[in-house]
Design a protein. Sequence first.
Length: 364
Amino acid sequence: MEVKLIKNTDSTDNAVIAQMQNMGHEQILFCNDSATGLKAIIAVHNTVLGPALGGTRMWSYQNEAEALNDVLRLSKGMTYKNAISGLNLGGGKAVIIGNSRTDKTEALFRRFGKFVNSLGGKYITAEDVGISPIDMNWVNMETNHVVGLPGKSGDPSPLTALGVYVGMKACAKIQFGSDSLKGKKIAVQGVGHVGEYLVSHLVKEGALVSVTDIHDDILSRIAKDYGVSVVGTEEIYDLDMDIYAPCALGSTVNDENLSRLKCGIIAGAANNQLKDETIHGQELLNKKIIYAPDYVINAGGVINCFSEVKGLSSDWSNSKTKEIYDTIFNIVKRSKDEGLSTHTIANKMAEERIESIGKVKLPM
């Protein structure tokens, strides 16, 4: 029998390997356990700066290919997010295929924890979409490579929202001449953990907020608690707004929606907001719409997790998260000066740090 080494195999023979090579991933772990019903994928993108830290997302993906594409993009985004935020962490991510409202069990998350532990600390997980601190407690029963636990740094959502809020203000400073959001029409798409905290900041400042979400019960509560307007999931793209804040899943800035958006700024908590980073990043630049790169503006959550890893205080986390204002401001200013999309500028800044620190870590 002929044994064919992977390193000598044309990547076209294996679509997964080809995707890994194209996006620069180090490792992918496919997790399957019939007894608990677990189906998950853990992707480690880059560990030059440190162990790969990134949350676990639980979502009802249509198929495994959709889940794989999501985890590959998300994990690469974490590499760039951690790098540009000045954290000594690499990038990774995990997705669990399932309904976060009906499929959760202690056994499923503990089995997932065993898979995380099998990586020996190369990947550190935390909560993301569809995951709660309680779920992370179950994961923690089987591995210490988990952060965002109750009683420690806790839910990262408040800091994620804070980062989006201050980053939004930085964009407003350049686009509107003032970083005040009072009276600004802001549409928030997705009012889960992060979205609700963001709405709270915006309402307190006097912004005119519209919200949408796929869960009607959440929408009703948010409208009642904060006095905001509710719009349909498709209607949101056609609103007359100053700022569009995508805070749910990604790829909402695409060919179809981009032609409908009437706003001066896109700044939200969602990951992978641009369907095609190159094409749509350039289109936003051409339309003079300021785009706050997602992995920069939503870095408050990972800052929160890093503080737990390093034993730093909540004051440090808050102060570090507020630095997102300056980072976003500098990216947008450099974008205007160099005539390049904000996404391109952010990537360059992240890559410059990874390359620089990579040289430091070379053997002497």
